[in-house]
Design a protein around this ligand. Sequence first.
Ligand code: NDP
Length: 334
Amino acid sequence: MSLPTIQRAIVVDGAGGPEVMQYRTDYIVPTPKEGQVLVKNHISGINYIDIYFREGLYPSPKPEVLGREAAGVIVAVGPNTDTHGLELGNRVIWLGTAGYSEYTAVAVAKTMKLPSGISDEQATASFLNGITCLALSHETYKVKPGDWALIHAAAGGVGFIMTQILKRIGAKVIGTTGGPDKVALVKSLGADHVIDYRSPEGKYWPEIVNSITGGRGVDVVFDSVGKDTWEGSLEAVKRKGTVIWFGNASGPVPPLPLNRLSPKCVKIARPTLLGYIHTREEFESYAQKLFDLILHDNLKINIHKVYSLDMVHQAHKDLEGRNTMGKLLLTVTE
Ligand code: NDP
């Protein structure tokens, strides 16, 4: 199969707002190296982390093609590569960099063959987020049946899946989110309580959590909002509870004096997904768990909207503007 030498891609040259993302039609198609495959991407996932890289909150070499995951088809294999059973023509989902482009050279170690029962759209709408939710709820803090768990931004890409996973484990779930439509969505997932933290009464959400849990507080907080919620999360967690900060949607958590944790003997964690899927075995195990949830346990997937590659500015504005529920996708090739 002959491959093109140039392709369409969204390229970022310097840090900034959505306007720094350039739609290019002359970006070089990479050649896969040892340990890599070349994937012709169909759909790329848009994740909040793309905004951190675009804005420079997470530093990265520029120019850079954004995008941390995509689904597509393997069109070439790097030299001397152990493909772990992957073959040319396989439909796959991958985690890596440069998903907002037609072709990406990705590590075999982070590429999974897709089961026939999972579409490219379902895969990109759930993969990075779903594996994150599984790792956080199984390893960062092992959620137990009967635990009280608080999840912020519960209607978002991660929150939508986390709420369902926590309920499947048997936890009692309190979700926070902004606005009546989002509240209704999170309730429909089975959350026990949903607080609209942007409503006048919801502003006092730590007190509401306190009263829901009979003054005890929650066993664990999953906080991806950061700057605006971290104080409240420390307030809402129980004595000997755990707060997991895993994102910065409102900005990073400021430096925290450790003695703030002493009065309630609170544990804190600041995990990142890649730390849990370092080996191929770990990656496959979590990917398979997620596929099983989709194929056999009716895990719901919510696609907010599918954008074309040249609509990426709007997609980022929508995500940053808190106007989205579930996952945003980018069609890269038809
Ligand atoms: P979301 O779909 O959850 O979008 C972010 C949501 O955060 C918004 O919809 C909004 O929901 C809420 N929010 C609160 N305050 C703000 C604010 N000031 N500006 C914008 N949004 C705000 O995004 P993702 O599902 O892609 O990611 C969710 C979080 O999970 C991110 O912080 C991301 O970095 C993190 N993450 C971390 C990983 C890790 O390895 N550590 C891996 C994957 C994701 P509402 O209106 O309900 O408040």
